[in-house]
Design a protein around this ligand. Structure first.
Ligand SMILES: N[C@@H](CCC(=O)N[C@@H](CS)C(=O)NCC(=O)O)C(=O)O
Length: 206
C-alpha cells in the first residue's frame, strides 16, 4: 500500500492526502516532521535528503516534493483529467502549481506561522502586515483567474487547483481583515464539495 510520511497539519502533506482521495487510492499515513521527528533519521534522509515532509513510498519507489508527488500519482493512475499529457494543457496546470509554491507560499507561510504558530507576545506586526498585503495581492490574482471559469485551469478540476486551494482555506480561516472576493469565495465553496478537501485540507488551523 502507498505510504505517506508527514504530519497532517502540513500544507504540503495535505495536498498529497487530498489527491489520494481524488484518486480513490488507499494509503498509510505516518506522522513525521516537527514534534513527531522521524525526518532526522538516516532512513528518512535516504528517501528525502531535504528532511522535510511529505515523502511517499509507492511499492518501493520513494519520492519527495509534494507537487511532484501529486503529479506522479495522477500520471501513474492515468488521470488525464487531473494532469493531461498534452504539453500545453499540462504546462498551464503546472504554472499554477509553481505559482502557488513560489509566489503565494512566500507570503502565506510567514503569515500563517506568525498568526497560528507564534505566541501572541512574540509576533512581529511588520511581518504580519507585509505578508498580509502580499497574500491579498495573490488572492486577487486567483479571484481574477476565476472570472468566467469555475477552476484555475478552466472548466474542470485539475492539479492546478490543489496547491492554490489549500492556501485559500488557510487565508479564509486566518484572523485577518480581508476584502470581499466573491469569485474566490464561490471557488472555496466549490472545493468544499470535494470529500478529500473537506477531510484533509479544510480543518482547523494548527
Ligand atoms: N517543497 C517541499 C517543501 C516541504 C516542506 O517544507 N515541508 C514542511 C511542512 S509544510 C516541513 O517539512 N517542515 C518541517 C517539519 O515538519 O519538520 C514540498 O513541497 O514537499
Amino acid at each position: 500500500m502507498l505510504k505517506i510520511w508527514g504530519r497532517r497539519n502540513s500544507i504540503n502533506v495535505m495536498k498529497v492526502l487530498w489527491v489520494c482521495e481524488e484518486l480513490a487510492l488507499p494509503f498509510e499515513q505516518i506522522d513525521a516532521g516537527m514534534q513527531f521527528g522521524v525526518v532526522n533519521t538516516p532512513e528518512y534522509a535516504a528517501m528525502n535528503p531535504n528532511r522535510k515532509v511529505p515523502t511517499i513510498d509507492d511499492d518501493g519507489f520513494t519520492l519527495a516534493e509534494s507537487n511532484t508527488i501529486v503529479r506522479y500519482l495522477a500520471a501513474r493512475h492515468g488521470r488525464e483529467d487531473l494532469l493531461p499529457t498534452d504539453a500545453r494543457a499540462r504546462a498551464r496546470i503546472e504554472s499554477w502549481m509553481d505559482w502557488a509554491s513560489f509566489s503565494l507560499a512566500i507570503a502565506m507561510t510567514p503569515l500563517f506561522w506568525q498568526l497560528i504558530r507564534t505566541p501572541g507576545n512574540q509576533r512581529d506586526p511588520k511581518v504580519i502586515a507585509a505578508n498580509a498585503t502580499e497574500a491579498e495581492r495573490c488572492m486577487r490574482i486567483l479571484d481574477d483567474q476565476l472570472a468566467g471559469q469555475p477552476h484555475l485551469a478552466g472548466e474542470g478540476f485539475t492539479l492546478a487547483d490543489v496547491p492554490a486551494a489549500a492556501f485559500v482555506h488557510r487565508w479564509l480561516a486566518l484572523p485577518i481583515e480581508r476584502p470581499a472576493l466573491p469569485r474566490l469565495e464561490a471557488y472555496y465553496r466549490r472545493m468544499l464539495e470535494r470529500r478529500g478537501y473537506r477531510a484533509h485540507v479544510a480543518g482547523p488551523l494548527s
